[in-house]
Design a protein around this ligand. Structure first.
Ligand code: ZN
Ligand code: ZN
Ligand code: FE
Length: 731
C-alpha cells in the first residue's frame, strides 16, 4: 500500500477535473481525496502501488477536454488507511497562483438537453454543466466555487442539488448549475415595462427582431446590440444610432450551414468557429452572401460567430443570422448591468432581452483570423482571457499597463503572464474605470502584488499616467515598438537577438517623434533602432489620422509634387512653419497617404480604415513592386514610389497590389542589411493579411526565420505582454 500526493497546475478548475479524478480513482479502486486549491487541484490517492501508478498514467494520458495541465508535482506520503475516495471542500491558499478558467461555449450534451422537449431543461437559456458555461464572467473570487460566484444568489432546487452531488452526473460540482425551477430567467423590456418573461420573452423578442427592431441582448460578458443581419434598413438604423459609421459589425449565424453559404470556409476556420472559445472569425464573403452590405461596408471580409450560450442558440433559431455587436456607445466599454440601460442603451435600442444573472466581469467577444492554419488573435477576450500564457523564463511580479487603443494589461508571476481581456480605447472615464476594476480583480484572483510597473513612453497616454500614479513600485518606460517586438519574441519563446519589424499607426519614439515603420534589433531589455521609414510631416497631428488626404499632401510634398486637394496649400504652409506638425515614420500613415492618392479614401472613421480598404481593393496576380531607395543611414525612402503612384495613372486595384508588394520588398531588403536571421513581424499593420502573407513568404524565401503572433494580437492589444516580458526580467 502506498499514498501519493499530486499538485496539478493549469486550467483545472471549472472544467470537470474533480469528477474526472473521482471516476478514475473508482476505476482503480483507490481511496483518498481531490480538491480545488489556490494553485489548481490537489489529489491524494492511496492503494496498491501498481494501481496508483496506473491511476497517474491514465490521468496524464486523458485529462478532460477543456483542462490544460501546466505542471504536475508528485510526492510520496505515509498511508493513512483511507477507505473511500471523496471530493473535498476547496481550500483557499492565499499565496498561490490560482487559475481562473475562461468562459466556455455550451457543449453538445447541454445543447441536446435544451433542444429535447421532454428534458426538464427544454428551452432553458442558462443550461450548463462541468464541461461548459460561464466561468470568468461570474467568478467573484478564488477558489472557483459556487458561493464565490454570482450564482450564489440562486439556491439550487432538489433536482439540481442531486446532480451537483452525484459524482456520476455530468453536473457534479458544476458551479453555475441551474434549471427553470431554481435558476436565472429572461425578461423582455421596452423602455419602462416588462413585456414578457421566461420562454415567452424569447419568442416575443424574435417577433420584434423580425419586424426590424433593434434589441439589446444581455449575454455572457455583457450586452449585444442585435438586429436581423439580412435587413439592410435595420442594420443601417443600428449603424446610425450607434454612431459607428463604418466599423464592421459581427454577425451571429444560426448554424454552420449559414456560414458555409455566406463565406469561404477552410477546415481550420470551421474548427475555430466551432471551438469551445467560439470567437468571431474573420472570413471572406462569398459573392452570393445575403448579409446586409451595411454589416461591413467596403470590406471583402465579414466577422462571423456561432451561438455560444443556449440563449443565443434559442434566439437565433429561425433567422439566418443576427447582427451581434458590442452593447456600447462608440468606444465606451460594453454595458453589463441592467441598471445601466436607461442612461447608455435606451437611445440605441427599442427593446431589451435581459436576465437576472449578474455579470461580475465584463468580457467582449474575441476576434480571430486564420493564417497558415493557425488562429491569429485580433482581439483576445472571451474564451481566451484570463488563461495565463506560460513563458520560457521566470519573472518578477510585474504589471504592464499596455498602450492606449485596444487596451489590455498584463500581470506576471513565476513563468506566467496573465493578460486581461480587451478593455477598449483608454480615452474616456468609463474605460478607465473598467481598467481599474479589472486590474483589482485580477490582482486578487491571481494573488499578484506587482513590484514593478511597466508603461509606454508616451507621456499623454492615460495608461502611462495611471502607472506613474502607483507608489511603492519601480517604474519602467518601454518604447512602444520595442514592446511589440518583445511580445512576439516572448510568445514564440525566443531569447537572444531578434530583428523586429514593427509596422503600426502610432508609437512614441525615444526621440519624441511618432514612430511606426520600424526595424529594431532587440535583445531582452535592450534594443537598437536599426532602420525605419523616412519620416514625413504629419500635419495637424491626430487630425491627420482622421483625414488621410493630409498625409497624401505631406507625402506628395516630400516627393516634390503638388496635391490637387483644395486645402493643400494651407497644409503646405502648416508643414513649412511646423505648426501642429510632428514628424512620423508611421507605416499606417503611409497606407493612408497611398489610399488617398489612389482615390480610395480622403476621410477615415476609425484607425486603419483606409488601410483595410486598400487591402480589400488590391488586385490578385503578380504585380511589380514600385521603386524605392534605402539610404546609407537605413531609412526607407518611398519618394520614388509616391511619384509613380501619383503620376502613373494606374487603377486603384493595381496601385494597391503594387504598394503591398513594395512594402514586402523593402522589408526583405532592410532585413538583409541588418543581417539578423530571426525576424518578428508585429504591429497593427500586420492585421493586413496581404501584407503579412507577402512579407512572410518573401522573408522565408530569402532565408530568414519568420515569427508571427498567435497568442496575443499584433496590434496594441498585445503590447502589455511585451512590456511585461521586458520589465519582469529586470533585476
Ligand atoms: Zn455542457
Ligand atoms: Zn434547479
Ligand atoms: Fe502599436
Amino acid at each position: 500500500m502506498i499514498r501519493r500526493r499530486a499538485e496539478i497546475r493549469g486550467v483545472v478548475q471549472g472544467v470537470g477535473f474533480r469528477p474526472f479524478v473521482y471516476s478514475l480513482a473508482a476505476r482503480f479502486g483507490l481511496a483518498g481525496h481531490v480538491l480545488n486549491s489556490g494553485f489548481g487541484v490537489e489529489i491524494e490517492v492511496e492503494g496498491p502501488a501498481g494501481s496508483v501508478d496506473r491511476f497517474f498514467e491514465a490521468l496524464a494520458a486523458g485529462p478532460p477536454p477543456l483542462a490544460r495541465i501546466e505542471s504536475t508535482t508528485i510526492g510520496e506520503l505515509p498511508p493513512v488507511n483511507d477507505r473511500e475516495f471523496e471530493i473535498r471542500e476547496s481550500a483557499a491558499r492565499s499565496d498561490a497562483l490560482a487559475l481562473v478558467p475562461p468562459d466556455i461555449a455550451a457543449c453538445e450534451a447541454c445543447e441536446a438537453d435544451f433542444r429535447d422537449a421532454r428534458n426538464r431543461r427544454h428551452a432553458y437559456p442558462f443550461t450548463n454543466c462541468t464541461n461548459c458555461g460561464p466561468r470568468y464572467t461570474i467568478i467573484e473570487d478564488v477558489p472557483y466555487d459556487r458561493p464565490l460566484t454570482t450564482m450564489s444568489e440562486f439556491a439550487m432546487c432538489a433536482d439540481c442539488e442531486r446532480e451537483y452531488h452525484n459524482p456520476a452526473d455530468r453536473r457534479f460540482h458544476a458551479q453555475p448549475n441551474a434549471c427553470p425551477v431554481c435558476g436565472p430567467w429572461v425578461e423582455l423590456w421596452d423602455h419602462g415595462r416588462c413585456l414578457a418573461s421566461r420562454g415567452e420573452a424569447i419568442a416575443a423578442t424574435q417577433r420584434l427582431l423580425r419586424e426590424g427592431a433593434i434589441c439589446g441582448i444581455k449575454g455572457l460578458g455583457g450586452f449585444h446590440l442585435a438586429c436581423d443581419a439580412l435587413s439592410e434598413t435595420a442594420v443601417a438604423r443600428l449603424r446610425e444610432r450607434k454612431r459607428r459609421s463604418a466599423k464592421p459589425f459581427a454577425v451571429m449565424a444560426s448554424g454552420l450551414s449559414v456560414v458555409e453559404r455566406s463565406c469561404f470556409l477552410s477546415d481550420p476556420e470551421r474548427e475555430a468557429l466551432l471551438s469551445p472559445r467560439r470567437p468571431i472569425v474573420i472570413l471572406r464573403r462569398r459573392p452570393e452572401c445575403r448579409m446586409a452590405t451595411e454589416c461591413a461596408p467596403g470590406n471583402h471580409t465579414l466577422g462571423v460567430l456561432l451561438p455560444y450560450t443556449p440563449l443565443h442558440s434559442l434566439l437565433t433559431a429561425g433567422f439566418e443570422a443576427l447582427v451581434m455587436t458590442s452593447g456600447n456607445v462608440s468606444e465606451e466599454p460594453i454595458v453589463s448591468r441592467n441598471d445601466e440601460l436607461p442612461s447608455r442603451l435606451h437611445p440605441i435600442c427599442d427593446f431589451f432581452l435581459v436576465h437576472n444573472r449578474r455579470i461580475q466581469t465584463r468580457v467582449d467577444d474575441s476576434v480571430v483570423r486564420l493564417f497558415e492554419g493557425s488562429e491569429r488573435l485580433i482581439r483576445r477576450s472571451r474564451g481566451y482571457a484570463p488563461h495565463p500564457l506560460a513563458l520560457p523564463f521566470e519573472m518578477r511580479p510585474a504589471l504592464a499597463v499596455g498602450g492606449e487603443l485596444k487596451s489590455t494589461f498584463c500581470l506576471t508571476r513565476e513563468r506566467y503572464a496573465v493578460m486581461s481581456q480587451h478593455i477598449g480605447d483608454l480615452e474616456n472615464y468609463e474605460t478607465l474605470v473598467f481598467f481599474r476594476e479589472t486590474l483589482e480583480h485580477m490582482k486578487r484572483f491571481f494573488r499578484i502584488q506587482p513590484e514593478i510597473v511597466a508603461h509606454d513612453l508616451h507621456p499623454g497616454y492615460l495608461s502611462t499616467r495611471l502607472a506613474l500614479e502607483m507608489t511603492g513600485v519601480e517604474h519602467i518606460g518601454v518604447q512602444h515598438h520595442h514592446a511589440h517586438v518583445a511580445a512576439c519574441a516572448a510568445e514564440n519563446g525566443l531569447e537572444g537577438a531578434v530583428c523586429g519589424v514593427a509596422f503600426d499607426g502610432t508609437g512614441y519614439g525615444t526621440d519624441g517623434q511618432i514612430w511606426g515603420g520600424e526595424f529594431l534589433v532587440c535583445d531582452g531589455a535592450r534594443f537598437e533602432r536599426a532602420g525605419h521609414f523616412r519620416p514625413v510631416a504629419m500635419p495637424g497631428g491626430d487630425q491627420a489620422v482622421r483625414e488621410p488626404w493630409r498625409m497624401a499632401v505631406a507625402y506628395l510634398r516630400d516627393a516634390g509634387l503638388d496635391s490637387a486637394h483644395p486645402r493643400a496649400k494651407l497644409i503646405g504652409q502648416m508643414i513649412e512653419s511646423g505648426i501642429h506638425t510632428v514628424m512620423t515614420s508611421s507605416c499606417g500613415r503611409l497606407f493612408d497617404a497611398v489610399a488617398s492618392i489612389a482615390g480610395l479614401r480622403d476621410a477615415s472613421n476609425f484607425e486603419g480604415q483606409a488601410a483595410s480598404e486598400l487591402e480589400s481593393a488590391a488586385a490578385g496576380g503578380y504585380h511589380d513592386p514600385y521603386p524605392y531607395r534605402i539610404s546609407p543611414e537605413r531609412s526607407v525612402d518611398f519618394r520614388p514610389m509616391i511619384e509613380s503612384v501619383a503620376t502613373g495613372g494606374e487603377a486603384a486595384p493595381v496601385i494597391a497590389a503594387r504598394f503591398h508588394r513594395t512594402l514586402a520588398a523593402a522589408t526583405v531588403e532592410m532585413c538583409r542589411l541588418i543581417g539578423v536571421k530571426r525576424v518578428c513581424l508585429t504591429g497593427g499593420c500586420f492585421q493586413n493579411w496581404l501584407l503579412l502573407e507577402q512579407t512572410a513568404a518573401r522573408l522565408r524565401s530569402a532565408g530568414f526565420e519568420v515569427f508571427l503572433h498567435r497568442r496575443v494580437p499584433p496590434n496594441d492589444g498585445g503590447l502589455a505582454l511585451g512590456q511585461a516580458a521586458i520589465a519582469a526580467r529586470l533585476r
